[in-house]
Design a protein around this ligand. Structure first.
Ligand SMILES: NC(=O)c1ccc[n+]([C@@H]2O[C@H](COP(=O)([O-])OP(=O)(O)OC[C@H]3O[C@@H](n4cnc5c(N)ncnc54)[C@H](O)[C@@H]3O)[C@@H](O)[C@H]2O)c1
Length: 367
């Protein structure tokens, strides 16, 4: 009952969030929760690296720090968790969090295999908790504007779709040897797969053909390291999509999307940091974003604000705000994008197109 979650002054109680994993992304999410997401509190941080967790907690005024996520999950005062550990722990942590009755926001990918992900999503379903995956591009203003146009039918029937990720780099990837195999599909292009699936909503990705290589770090090719990839995806409505990624764009962080259809085209994303352009005797120039947390600062904040709103709505029995287009990425989106990434790995291994395993998630899974 809503009144149970109101204090004496009738103010709505904040959503108390526990962070699991306090590295690069987790630290940014922690700061967003503590400083930028309305009505949210960073209640605890769990990370086996207690030093990093402690430093972050100290900076943000969070008192509860633990090496073991189970401590955080056992705390009845915590409503929800944000999982930002390495991907190999995601499915298991989603399952444990759901079993403990916590609402779950999980960074992408939600799992590394469909079997482990399906088990985690079954736990989400059984617990009836809210689940959201960190496909932050959906929260960028230009991607939402494009989605709104697509939903309104402005581009007509989608025929060609395009999405690209160029991570900022220096022309060499110093930590390449530590990047897990297939990261380019499982952790990078998975954003593009979700963008394409979201832009082409209602259709299923059916088949992929992926080509990948080590062009930035050719010396690591023999170890299976891949830093450059192009994927074509065929959809059940006939649309054909292309996704591409490279780990080292010297000019900055470059994310774009496009849908071309029977009535026109819509584009999202630009390689410049702002719309400002500089004109001098040498010509025209503009600044470019160098980091994901610069380009997507607002999107990362808004995805967590959406999550906190959904948790509050569940907890307090209020109706979540309705939107003019599909926004919040949930269980079926997490699974669909992972299925595309896994099919890409099969395609690269075999050198042939591969079928996407899009067997629907449990119909009852809470989205
Ligand atoms: N959405 C985005 O744009 C975006 C950007 C970067 C990273 N990510 C995702 O965020 C996740 C984390 O990436 P990162 O770059 O922050 O990695 P990272 O290595 O910087 O941080 C991972 C942290 O998790 C901790 N950890 C390890 N095992 C743990 C466990 N069992 N429980 C709790 N914590 C554990 C590590 O000690 C470390 O502090 C990945 O899934 C990655 O794909 C998303």
């Amino acid at each position: 009952m809503a009144y149970l979650n109101r204090n004496a002054s009738d103010a709505v109680l904040p959503v108390r969030i526990g962070l699991i994993g306090s590295g690069w992304m987790g630290a940014f999410h922690a700061e967003s929760i503590a400083r930028r997401v309305p009505g949210a509190v960073l209640a605890a941080i769990a990370d086996p690296n207690l030093e990093s967790a402690g430093a972050l907690a100290g900076a943000l005024g969070t008192t509860k720090v633990t090496a073991d996520a189970a401590d955080l999950l056992a705390d009845p005062a915590i409503d929800a968790v944000v999982i930002a550990s390495p991907a190999r722990f995601h499915s298991s942590l989603i399952g444990q969090a759901a079993a403990a009755g916590k609402h779950v926001f999980c960074e992408k990918p939600a799992g590394q295999g469909l079997e482990e992900l399906d088990a985690a999503l079954d736990a989400v379903d059984a617990a009836g908790v809210h689940f959201q995956i960190g496909f932050n591009r959906r929260y960028a203003a230009d991607f939402q504007a494009a989605k709104k146009d697509i939903t309104a039918g402005i581009v007509g029937q989608p025929q060609l779709l395009r999405s690209l990720t160029r991570d900022p780099g220096t022309g060499s990837i110093g930590h390449a040897a530590r990047i897990p195999a297939w990261t380019i599909f499982l952790e990078t292009l998975i954003h593009d797969f979700d963008t394409l699936n979201w832009f082409n909503e209602g259709a299923e990705p059916v088949e992929v053909y992926a080509v990948a290589d080590a062009l930035v770090e050719p010396g690591l090719r023999d170890q299976g390291f891949l830093d450059t990839a192009v994927v074509t995806i065929r959809y059940s409505n006939g649309a054909i999509a292309v996704a591409e990624a490279n780990f080292s764009a010297l000019y900055g962080y470059d994310i774009r999307g496009e849908v071309f259809g029977s009535k026109g085209m819509v584009q999202a994303g630009r390689a410049t940091e702002t719309a400002a352009r500089r004109f001098t005797a040498e010509g025209m120039s503009a600044d470019t974003p160098r980091l994901n947390v610069e380009l997507f600062r607002q999107a990362y904040t808004d995805e967590l604000a959406d999550f906190a709103d959904a948790v509050r709505a569940r907890r307090d029995g209020t109706a979540p705000e309705s939107k003019p287009f599909t926004l919040t990425p949930g269980a079926s989106d997490a699974r669909r994008a992972l299925a595309v990434a896994l099919a890409c790995i099969e395609s690269v291994k075999r050198g042939t197109p591969a079928t996407v395993n899009t067997v629907a998630v449990n119909e009852n899974v809470v989205l």
